[in-house]
Design a protein around this ligand. Structure first.
Ligand code: UDX
Length: 400
């Protein structure tokens, strides 16, 4: 995409000031991480980058502009941007629109080229609606008109946080049921596919796993919780916070399960973690369940070998302050040599197709495999000699 468009209608530049003054439309796509310091650290968004950018736009504008906020933001942030921009004394009009980004990592270009929908929020004033229509026309170059939705700014802001909260809630719901399935001889895959066939529910985002990670879900839910608390809606805040709590519980449960299955002690035992990224096809490890699991196992004094085809650089950084016996090894066969257990923590395709006979022959017996992503052929592994633990199914073990 870059190769075909660069130099034609796509240009890269570090001259931000000239870029601002030449533009009719400015998309602001800066980071809005949660605060790591001061008041309401963790829950409130850190809006300093948005504010600095607004001031920079104001300082370098010489004509009217449409400003589009792309970052995921808490309630009424567009209002703050508007106040900064229109508080200037230079008689320039800024129309601030909110156009949230819905793409997911690993499928970014596909999501951009063929989005489920594009959402554009503006003030419902004459100027606001005019600005909105201009942006609709840009998207209409490649997105069918019926997939371009217009709303007021505040609905657009709320829609983005709500969508991520709903997606995360589906995962926490299916993960909660996975624990029940493990105890009651039900199979979570069968339950999820039966439930997902109801067209009102739908089949996506019902994969029970070791827990959700990534840079968005937890941050956005905490934002939602914080907003609700601010508006004195404590019950609503508690409801959404429980989605994050179930996720933490699912990650802890995985560690507890490993410990209890391996005869209640993993001190000094070598455990090979296959996968550290928060999902496959990315090296991103932000909020990855693997990080919490590695730390939990290290606290039990296990000897940990972390393996991942793309995320070892980030993994080293994430675990730099972790104490204990920890090594990094890209080759999964080497990572499993002499191990008591393997835990699959990211659904990389290559882990589906490893030579598990070879892995088993180099491990300590009895050998355990914990499939935190439910991607392996459990029956086959069991027949080979592994004790197999998955999410949402009773374990397959060679002893009582
Ligand atoms: C998410 C949203 O999907 C996207 O719309 C938003 O713009 C940004 O946040 P992303 O974080 O890139 O995207 O990844 P996503 O594919 O949503 O996965 C998030 C986490 O949920 C991953 O750890 C994934 O493994 C986990 N997951 C996903 C499950 O555990 N089960 C599922 O069924 C689906």
């Amino acid at each position: 995409m870059f190769k075909t468009n660069r130099g034609r209608n796509l240009f890269f530049s570090t001259e931000i000031e000239a870029g601002i003054s030449d533009a009719d439309v400015v998309f602001v796509a800066v980071n809005t991480p949660n605060k790591t310091f001061g008041q309401v650290a963790e829950k409130a968004a850190d809006l300093q980058y948005l504010e600095k950018t607004s001031r920079q736009i104001l300082a370098h504008s010489t004509s009217d502009k449409i400003i589009i906020e792309k970052s995921t933001v808490p309630v009424r942030t567009s209002n703050a941007m508007e106040r900064i921009l229109n508080g200037g004394k230079n008689n320039i009009r800024f129309d601030v629109l909110f156009n949230p980004e819905f793409l997911a990592e690993g499928t970014a270009i596909r999501d951009l080229e063929s989005p489920d929908r594009v959402l554009i929020g503006s003030r419902e004033t004459e100027n606001g609606i005019k600005a909105r229509k201009e942006i609709v026309e840009i998207y209409a170059n490649w997105v069918p008109k019926e997939r371009i939705i217009e709303s007021n700014t505040w609905s657009a802001e709320r829609s983005k946080l709500t969508e991520n909260a709903f997606l995360a809630q589906r995962i926490s719901s299916i993960n909660a049921i996975s624990a029940l399935c493990e105890k009651t001889e039900a199979d979570i895959n069968e339950v999820a596919s039966a439930v997902g066939m109801d067209s009102r529910i739908g089949p996506k985002f019902l994969d029970a796993r070791v827990g959700f990670g990534g840079s968005c879900f937890k941050k956005d839910i905490f934002n939602l919780v914080y907003i609700c608390q601010n508006y004195d809606l404590q019950e609503v805040a508690d409801y959404w916070e429980s989605v994050v709590k179930i996720n933490e519980w699912q990650e802890n449960r995985f560690v507890r399960n490993m410990l209890s299955s391996m005869f209640n002690t993993i001190a000094g035992k070598k455990i090979s973690l296959l996968g550290f990224a928060f999902k496959a096809n990315t090296g991103d490890t932000r909020e990855s369940p693997a990080m919490y699991i590695a730390r939990g196992l290290l606290e039990e004094h296990a000897q940990i070998v972390v393996s991942d085809p793309q995320a070892l650089g980030n993994a080293r950084n994430d675990l730099k302050d972790a104490e204990g016996d920890l090594v990094f090894e890209e080759n999964p066969y080497k990572a499993a040599e002499g191990a008591h257990a393997i835990a699959v923590l990211t659904e990389w395709d290559e882990y589906r197709n490893l030579d598990y006979e070879r892995l088993l022959s180099s491990m300590v017996h009895p050998s355990f495999i914990f499939d935190g992503r439910n991607i392996l052929d459990h029956q086959r592994l069991f027949e080979m000699g592994f004790n197999v633990y998955s999410i949402g199914r009773a374990p397959l073990k060679h002893f009582r």
